[in-house]
Design a protein around this ligand. Structure first.
Ligand code: S3P
Length: 199
């Protein structure tokens, strides 16, 4: 590992696979996995959806900012961020300053295929979720790109393939030492239960 502090952070739209890929990536590296939404849920004792309903999005964004500021400085950690984290300039700066940031890019149509039955994401509980995904993507794709050093096209590959793609990019960039992780080529991970809904 050639950088001493900070985490590997995953950014991208809801449903792009940040949590699932992040968990497997952490396992491959022997690192800790943290998910900013999950940490917020533990801290306040309620799901993000309920937090949005009861306290509003602005309150959630404040908690998200404080959470990311703390988590992005943890060493040997893979951090999955919420899809809207990059909306905050402070979050973008913190991620850029402390982390190697990976953007898992998916098209709105792919995301819709994965999320069409989702009932947990407050921003997608609307009559036309595909339209909402397109709007969110238009606004956020430039911010994900601005914040990240690596872009992985998620498309249709399986989770193990995506994890390998991430690891190969990190190894090529000298961020991860290939000697520290199992061989990239032919690396086999156990199948992911219900891997179609990737996060
Ligand atoms: C949000 C995405 C969610 C969660 C919250 C807001 C967003 O995380 O942080 O519901 O603004 O897109 P996921 O990207 O993990 O769904």
């Amino acid at each position: 590992m050639s950088f001493e502090t900070g985490a590997l952070a995953l950014v991208g739209m809801p449903g792009s696979g940040k949590s699932t890929v992040g968990r497997h990536l952490a396992r491959q590296l022997g690192w800790r996995f943290v998910d900013s939404d999950h940490e917020i849920e533990i801290a306040v004792g309620s799901p993000v959806r309920v937090l949005f309903e009861q306290r509003g999005e602005a309150f959630f964004r404040e908690l998200e900012q404080a959470t990311i500021a703390a988590l992005c400085q943890l060493p040997h950690t893979v951090l999955a961020t919420g899809g809207g984290a990059v909306l905050s300039e402070a979050n973008r700066q913190a991620l850029k300053a402390h982390c190697q940031v990976i953007y898992l890019r998916s098209t709105p149509d792919e995301l819709f295929r994965r999320l069409r039955h989702d009932s947990h994401r407050p921003l997608l509980q609307v009559r036309d979720p595909l339209r909402r995904l397109r709007e969110l993507y238009r606004e956020r794709d430039p911010l994900y790109r601005e914040t990240s050093q690596f872009i992985i096209e998620t498309g249709r590959p399986s989770v193990p393939t995506l994890v390998n793609m991430v690891l190969m990019q990190l190894e090529l960039a000298g961020v991860v030492d290939p000697m520290q992780v199992p061989a990239t080529v032919g690396r086999v991970l156990p199948p992911v239960a219900g891997s179609s809904g990737r996060d």
